[in-house]
Design a protein around this ligand. Sequence first.
Ligand code: MIG
Length: 797
Amino acid sequence: MITNTELEFKGNLYPTQVVEYRKDSDKYYFTSQNGVILEITILRNSALRVRYATDRVFEPDFSYAISPNHSRGFDEIQDDETDAAYVIRTSKISVFIDKASLRIRIEDLQGNVINEDELGFHWEENYEFGGNTVKMSKVAQAGESFYGMGDKATHSNLKGKRTHNWVTDQYAYAKDQDPLYKAVPFYVGLHNDIAYGVFFDNSFHTHFDFSHERRNITSFWADGGEMNYYFFYGPEMRRVVRAYTDLTGTPELPPLWALGFHQSKWSYYPESRVKEIASKFRELQIPCDAIYLDIDYMDGFRCFTWDKNHFPDPKRMISELEEEGFKTVVMIDPGIKVDRDYWVYKEALENDYFCKRADGPIMQGKVWPGPCSFPDFTNPEVREWWAELYKDLIKDSGVHAVWNDMNEPAVMEVPGKTAPLDTRHDYDGHPCSHRKAHNVYGMQMVRATYEGVKKYVFPKRPFVITRAAYSGTQRFSSTWTGDNVATWEHLWIANVQVQRLCMSGMSFSGSDIGGFAEQPNGELFARWVQLGIFHPFCRVHSSGDHGDQEPWSFDEEVTGIVRKFIELRYQLLPYLYTMFWKYVKEGVPMLKSLVYYDQMDHQTHFRTDEFIFGEQILVCPIQEPNAKGRRMYVPRGKWHNYWTGEVVDGGMEKWVAADIDKIPIFIKAGAIIPKYPVQQYVGEKDIEELTLNVYYLEGIEQSTVYEDGQDGYDYKKGEYSLRNFKLTGKSKELIIQQFKDGTYITPYSTLRINFIGLPFRIRKIQVDNEAVTQKDVQLNGNNTIVVDKNFSSLVIK
Ligand code: MIG
């Protein structure tokens, strides 16, 4: 007997014996005697969707996470039945559904268990809010490791941890603090050399337990909604991550300047200060592409306004900055100041765009401007309105890009630090409370921002940044890891977080370099820049209360180191852009944790520090003061030490020297790394020659260089330049074949090829099967030749 006062745990409910089985093209339905329906959808040979309804009816099928362009399609499926189970076989996996319990077991074609339910699906009725707490428990296999889950500031391998997703403004968060700003309910499991992934697409507060409560059990559950998860089989981790990223989407290519170095602070004002910072970069010849205006540029923190005392003529200022090669990025928050004389507030009020409480009043909460109301970005009409608000900012003032902050949404002076849970949301026509909409609120805000910026910067490409995110936010925005702290521990955290975000579909990410709260010393700042230039989003940002944090705020040695590393990033722009293109096109994470790179090597399973930047550059930050180097794990294969040229065999730990002006960087043998000349900002120079650094290998290696107009959309019409290189190295010979695609005509006509680590002296050179004299190819120095950019084969012996 249940009464209204018994709100505590009532016990778990379980599906019973299957009484009905039905197939409907790519979907299978199994109904239990007590009315549970299991729906299994085959998406691809190695990807399934699994859903349960507890009382015969599914919720409307709607998700913000899923990309409208995700791939579908599979080979023939076979259905089978045994006494105990139904069996669905794709060309890659077999799925067994137990008739007595609806528990699922998934095997590969050799009969190895990839993943199996323990208790499987079960639920608890929620008398306080209605609906169910939906739960799943699975067997953790012997030696299983777990990865993914977005921005968690904890060891990359989640084995033994419990974690949850509820996007939260966590100022000065600590290691292991949870949750943070993002909700990415996706993990990768790895056992017996088999990797698989689970994406629990449920926007309520979700929880995951990775062998924490019980050693051999993994479970996940949500405070409401449906048990609705996607399953991806590898066996390679890269297939799992790419399948998840395909399902939840990738962004379009950003403008190349967005991959340059960015400088920010809370806050640069007035105009003269902004200009002073910008000029200093040019004076000191430290490359920089963007400068950020934090909340103080606004009039009383009213979004879409300017403080005319500090910024009397924003349009002029922005265009003057632009002449110096700087893009201006401004902050926009979700909280709209309650002020009847403020047009944004008035418009939202008149059109009924603000979120309301359950009983009717408009929701209010305090943020920077004082009392604010919050547009309901889960309403498509509100998103359209919001997108239009960017028109003046971009068309009239010339702003280039926007960062959305506080979009968890963060609310001050209330216990939950966010909107009250009874707050109502449209959820694109599926009205619900904040319990369901909270984790997607920031995502829908930045989605609207993205639409507006995209529309008004056209024909240029948009660039947008968000703090809060749910799975799939990467389709619209880049992201940063929020309010970190200037400590060595936070340098470690930044490294883990950005690798983890890359593994979780959100490659375009970075940390506040140097730390947001408190102030780094010069050494920490330099070490952080040395890591940050290898993050897809590369920005120094800090809170103003704690002193200056510009590249020149420390001593000259630090300034020199910072310059050198930012220059390296600018040289590597074609490499970085190619990484981005692969991410966009194939969902390949831009940074690869070592376990992703080589899961068969068990030494990689608990590594946190080392990572692969793109496909062929191994980086390991220095994360301690006074270091002259460090021990690190070099993955299997041959690697060239970037600084010394020494070639090392991986598969072991090594001590690598790295005084304050270096960090360990290794280039994969056989790699062809493209470089541009140093520029102070993207587009400063015409690229007159593309440098290719060729790292000798006895063997075969492929490399790619993608280029296009660096902005705009012509690349979508085929105006790109794709160079695929195949390097074949022998003991006394090296062959490079080039395969070209795309109609973009690069501004340079020659390639400057540097051969690094050659074990022989060049005596003969053949380009496209014709011998050329050393003079023809301008053999200068020892191992550098300059050849026509369109060569198709190059042989040196
Ligand atoms: O309550 O806009 O994470 O980057 O500088 C703080 C001021 C609000 C938090 C962001 C930070 C930004 C700051 N914001």
